[in-house]
Every structure is written in C-alpha cells, then in structure tokens.
Design a protein around this ligand. Structure first.
Ligand SMILES: Nc1nc2c(ncn2[C@@H]2O[C@H](COP(=O)(O)OP(=O)(O)O)[C@@H](O)[C@H]2O)c(=O)[nH]1
Ligand SMILES: [Mg+2]
Length: 339
C-alpha cells in the first residue's frame, strides 16, 4: 500500500470506482482529497485527485450549459408535506399510489413500469399529503434525478414486496445504491445521528439522513408472513415495518395516520382577532415551530411587526397571551397581534 493510506481513504476510493454519475464521482473524489494523509509520499496522488476533480467540474459545467444532463424533475411540494415512494421494481409502489390517491399511474406485472415521478394527493383528516411515486432502484439502475427528489422530500416510504423470494436482496441493492448516492433512509434519524461512537454510524459519514418507514406490501401472497419475519430480523433496527396488501386492503386504513406522523408536522389554525376560526384551512408547520414561524409562513414582511399572540390549545388556558417564541402544538388556534 503506498504511503500509509487509511482504510477510510481506501473506502472513498472504492466509492469512486463504483460511482455511476459525474456528481457521485465528484463527491467521492472530494472525500478522497479530504481523507488522504497529507505528506510528501502522497503529493503525486493528491495532485492527481485534484486534477481529476478539476476535469470533472469542467465537464459538469459544460454539460449543464448545454443542458445535456439526464431529465430533471421537480415536483412542487403541495399540501401538508411530500412523501416519496421508493423501492425495488415491482413491489407495488404505483399500486399504493393509486389506492391512496386519485392519481392514475401505470401499474404492471413487469419491472420498470415507472420512469417519471408521479404525484398524487392523499386526504388525511382536514389536510392533503402529497405522495410521489418514483422509478424503481436496483444495484445498476437509478434515475439521475431520484436522489435529489428523495433529499428534497419531507419523508420517504420504502416499499417491499412480501410476495417475492428476492425481497432481501432487492432491498439491499436498492438501499445500498442509495447509500452510494449519499442517502441513508431510516425511521430513526436521531438515533443514527446521535450515536456517533457506534461503528454503524461511522459508515454514515457525510450521508443525508431521511426519515422513512418500510411498507411491506403483498401480505396476501403465499409465505408473506415468513418473509415479513425475515425483514424484521434484517431491518428492525433501521426501519419500522408496516405490513399491507393493496390487493386485499389490509393495513391501508391505518397507513394514512402513519404517513401523517412520518411528516413530523403540526396543524395550526390562524384566526383574525374577534373572528371565528376556519377549521378547514390549517397551516402545517414542522413540529417544534413557534408563533413566529407561523407568522413568517403567513406573511414574511408582516412577521417583523408581530407583537404577541393569543393561543387556544395545548398547555395554555383558552386565549392565553404568549410570546413570539411560544412553541405551538397540533390543533392550536392562534390569534396574531401586530404592531
Ligand atoms: N398479490 C399482490 N399483488 C400486488 C399487490 N400490490 C401490487 N401488486 C401487483 O404487483 C405488480 C407490480 O405493481 P406496481 O404497482 O406496478 O409496482 P411498482 O413497480 O413498484 O410500481 C402488479 O402486477 C400489481 O398488480 C398486492 O398487495 N398483492
Ligand atoms: Mg411503478
């Protein structure tokens, strides 16, 4: 091994070799440059990495100018939040979208039916949650825009196929491919973020964590229960599993509740002083948001003039005056007072 290269550096080198898009290559090279021991013995290698980075950056800039990149999609976020459906081919992502929303995606018994993101709105109580069906992911197939869309979404659902003997391999490929694209999905991002002594977590270095659950579809299939147990063994530390069957409807009634929770959001109702509240038009904010966050959401300029507020809801007496930094709860009614 030349010049005492560390295992971390070699790992980055490995990722570089496996990188499929110029963006991934660039990220891996930057990682290599950051991790390479800086001394005389590695000078040549450092120079080589730098020149590869330079070349890739130029190539990327060039292709951006020419607009010759792969198709790029952005689905504007609508409603209370955006949740993307990801997974291996043929697991029932599109079927799930069709059963929970009014969207009408292509559904087929063959893989790779979906190539473009397909959004749909799922009603939940008095809000709508946006679901976006994404193309399948395998070891060798990942549409270039998919990691960006997962990163931009509020949360993700990994859809697994309990009717398939390849369930574990397919998931490992899919999740592994996403990790190479610097994305790590888990139901407990905080747990993975905090426990950084843990070996598992060292592996996470530099990846984006995205909150997700694993929906295990096709529970009507033969041997589905056994496959669900396998999944529990393999993934219960990383994902909450949610068994369903789109075909029989099993679990679909409870799924919207779970998806709302996955957003980690609250609904608050703003009411003008002296007027009744409109219960049909909640604002949705990330959990932990304050009165000031609400004011900013409603009107950025007006927010500066916010003096205080009165709140009806959790932890306050009805109509209690509160300061701008008062933390709101799901269902709170807020009367904003401006200077
Ligand atoms: N047995 C069974 N088949 C299903 C279920 N959900 C979807 N399928 C079938 O699985 C195949 C793939 O579905 P599709 O929604 O296109 O999967 P996608 O590739 O993940 O979008 C289709 O033939 C569906 O009819 C289910 O709950 N049970
Ligand atoms: Mg599909």
């Amino acid at each position: 091994m030349p010049a005492n290269l560390t295992p971390q550096y070699l790992k980055a080198g490995e990722e570089y070799k496996r990188a499929q898009t110029p963006e991934e290559k660039l990220a891996a090279l930057r990682q290599m440059l950051a991790l390479i021991p800086k001394h005389k013995g590695t000078e040549k290698l450092q120079a080589e990495i730098k020149s590869r980075i330079k070349k890739l950056r130029e190539e990327l800039q060039e292709s951006r100018k020419k607009g010759r990149r792969g198709p790029s999609f952005r689905i504007p976020r609508e409603g209370a939040g955006q949740i993307v459906l990801v997974g291996p081919p043929n697991t029932g992502k599109s079927s799930l979208l069709a059963s929970l929303t009014k969207a009408n995606p292509q559904i087929g018994p063959y893989p790779f039916t979906t190539h473009q993101p397909q959004p749909g709105m799922m009603p939940w109580q008095n809000v709508q949650i946006q679901l976006v069906d994404l193309p399948p992911i395998t070891e060798s197939y990942l549409e270039s825009y998919v990691p960006g869309m997962i990163t931009a979404a509020d949360a993700a659902v990994v859809v697994a196929d309990a009717g398939s003997d390849e369930i574990l391999d397919a998931l490992e490929e899919c999740l592994g491919r996403l990790e190479r694209a610097r994305l790590f999905l888990t139901s407990w991002p905080d747990r993975f973020q905090d426990a950084d002594q843990d070996e598992e977590v060292a592996r996470l270095g530099g990846k984006t964590l995205k909150r997700a659950i694993m929906v295990v579809n096709k529970m009507d299939a033969e041997d589905a229960e056994e496959r669900l147990s396998l999944l529990h063994e393999a993934y219960s530390k990383r994902f909450e599993l949610f068994p369903v069957s789109v075909t029989t409807g099993q679990g679909l009634g409870e799924l919207p509740d779970r998806l709302w929770q996955l957003l980690n959001a609250i609904r608050v109702y703003s009411k003008p002083p002296g007027k009744p509240v409109d219960r049909d038009a909640p604002f949705t904010l990330p959990a932990g948001s304050t009165v000031m966050d609400l004011a900013e959401l409603i009107h950025r300029e007006l927010a500066e003039k916010l003096k205080n507020a009165r709140v009806w809801g959790e932890g306050v007496y009805p109509g209690q005056p509160v300061a701008r930094d008062h933390v709101l709860h799901d269902g709170d009614i807020v009367e904003l007072h401006f200077r």
